[in-house]
Write a protein that binds this ligand. Sequence first.
Ligand code: TRP
Length: 72
Amino acid sequence: MSDNADFFIIKAKENGVNVIGLTRGTDTRFHHSEKLDKGEVMIAQFTEHTSAVKVRGKAIIQTRHGTIDTEE
Ligand code: TRP
């Protein structure tokens, strides 16, 4: 499933940005938190385990639907 899923990119604009993965299925909870420092980039996919992602902190998020940044 995740083999051919789209990737999305998160680029941290400050230290300590959190990328939080939320579980797929009836139970929606945090299952992974990744901390990015300024300039660090994470490339990820939605998978059978991850249906949603929350980004906390100043970052640019690029998906095939477009690019968005979190508010300052
Ligand atoms: N083990 C997780 C998964 O396969 C890794 C992961 C994929 C992840 N995409 C993510 C973690 C996005 C956080 C955010 O689903």
